[in-house]
Design a protein around this ligand. Structure first.
Ligand code: HEM
Length: 451
């Protein structure tokens, strides 16, 4: 680590004391954002606490985070804390797998995210958005997060699997939704995975529903191979021994991409509409740029270089409201971080939410200021002081896809509509794998005058 490396201390880092047995689990689950933020501000760059699953090390300095995710990444796996949550639905897909299986499948899927391929998705992304907007009526109240979840699900399915999932959209959306809700359930978080809680039974049912749809998608592609969609690529793939991938593994990759590829982008859009509704002057500047660059046209790939303020709005929104608020890793062998030894098998937590709001890197960190994202500012920022898509080999495979989608959708929506948050709506976010709003985000949509 380049940061002055203190001598290795034989002690554990400072941190909050918890209750016997469950440690700080309840405190974390009750107020995750408050807990992680207080822990960082009170105990410094590395803090230690315990919960039911064991020893937790919370890293709050960008260089420590870079050490774990990038420099020494080979010593880390995602670990049970993360994998047990996702396994029931995404199985052994690339978000969850490790070692040779992860490496091979990431490599196989990567071509679908080649920059040229990503660019070719732009028109379909705006077509889907236009279709959504055509169903909005001036003055009506929309549940924005639901709308964003539907449009991003349709987009990822068409882009990666070349299928129109019209007939299945409700089944997939409701199964994934039910699953994400169940991941928040307290008994699920504290009881061992083998205990069949009611929400675990719900997860099993959603998986069965998803399985039938996804298996049908795979069988259709097997019967009628596409040119370069991800399912056809996976069906074609063979290992060194010439063996094809099993249907189960293909299913896991498809469900992983459907889930990872729509929930997070939907969140980034929902949270951006929320934060814009609280900052009318930023919305004004955004609309001024859209009018200036697009003059009423639907945005295209070629416009993106000129939509610089739109990009800053997206970046700033993901700083203040990172759709993935924290990530976890587990060291395989003991590691030294910040002068402390982290034992093998401990949980290492790194929170975008905390680092993105650290006043050492961001002046007035709670203010929503897209203009802070100048080139000079970005160059001066420590590398991992901004990591909405993580970093290192397990960095988000869909980052370019997501950034394209977020800018195009935001531009398409705001040049046509002003979104007004229903008075009395609070933004209360969950904090497991993603930062989902606990309640609906109702917004009245006002069509902008085109004169
Ligand atoms: C704003 C949108 C998005 C955000 C904030 C985001 C964030 C992240 C983060 C933080 C990780 C690392 C998780 C970890 O290390 O535990 C990740 C991984 C991943 N993301 Fe995204 N993501 C977004 C959009 C997408 C999209 C659009 C796709 C696919 C179409 C996608 C697919 C994946 C996959 C497959 C992984 C696992 C990669 C691996 O482990 O090799 N994500 N994402």
């Amino acid at each position: 680590m380049s940061r002055d490396t203190p001598p290795v201390s034989g002690e554990t880092p400072p941190g909050p004391q918890g209750l016997p047995i469950i440690g700080n689990k309840l405190a974390f689950v009750r107020d995750p954002y408050g807990f992680m933020t207080r822990t960082a501000r009170q105990y410094g760059d590395i803090a230690h606490w315990e919960d039911v699953s064991g020893q937790i090390y919370q890293l709050n300095h960008p260089e420590y985070i870079e050490h774990v995710l990038v420099q020494n990444n080979e010593n880390y796996v995602k670990g049970d804390d993360f994998q047990n949550i996702l396994e029931p639905i995404t199985g052994n897909g690339i978000l969850n797998s490790e070692g040779a299986v992860w490496r091979r499948n990431r490599h196989l899927i990567q071509p679908a995210f080649h920059p040229d391929r990503i660019r070719s998705y732009a028109e379909m992304m705006t077509d889907e958005t236009e279709e959504m907007l055509a169903s909005w009526a001036d003055g009506e109240t929309r549940l924005v997060h639901e709308d964003m979840m539907t449009v991003t699900l349709r987009i990822v399915a068409r882009a990666l699997f070349g299928v129109d999932i019209d007939e299945h959209v409700d089944t997939i959306a409701s199964a994934l939704e039910e699953f994400m809700e169940a991941t928040e359930n307290l008994p699920n978080l504290v009881l061992p995975p083998e205990i069949p809680t009611p929400s675990r039974r719900r997860i099993r049912r959603s998986r069965e529903r998803l399985d039938s749809v996804v298996t049908e998608m795979i069988e259709k592609r097997r019967a009628d191979p596409g040119e370069d969609d991800v399912i056809s690529m996976l069906l074609d793939a063979t290992d060194e021994g010439g063996n094809a991938m099993s249907t189960d593994q293909i299913r896991d990759e498809v469900v992983t991409l459907l889930l990872a590829g729509h929930e997070t982008t939907a969140l980034s859009l929902t949270l951006t509409t929320y934060v814009l509704s609280q900052h009318p002057s930023v919305e004004e500047d955004l609309v001024a740029e859209l009018d200036d660059v697009l003059d009423g046209r639907t945005p295209t790939m070629a416009d993106l270089d000129d939509l610089t303020y739109t990009e800053r709005v997206v970046k700033e929104s993901m700083r203040l409201y990172p759709p993935v608020p924290g990530i976890v890793r587990e060291p395989v062998k003991p590691d030294i971080v910040g002068g402390y030894e982290i034992p093998a098998g401990a949980t290492v937590r790194m929170h975008q939410w905390v680092v993105h709001r650290d006043p050492r890197w961001y002046d007035d960190p709670l203010a929503f200021e897209p203009d802070r994202w100048t080139d000079e500012f970005e160059q001066s920022l420590p590398k991992l002081a901004y990591f909405p898509f993580a970093a290192g080999p397990r960095r988000c495979i869909g980052e370019r896809f997501a950034m394209l989608e977020a800018r195009l959708l935001l531009a398409t929506i705001y040049q046509q509509y002003h979104l007004e948050l229903e008075p009395g709506t609070d933004l209360d976010l969950m904090a497991t794998v993603t930062a989902r709003p606990k309640n609906e985000i109702p917004m009245t949509v006002h069509r902008r005058s085109t004169e």
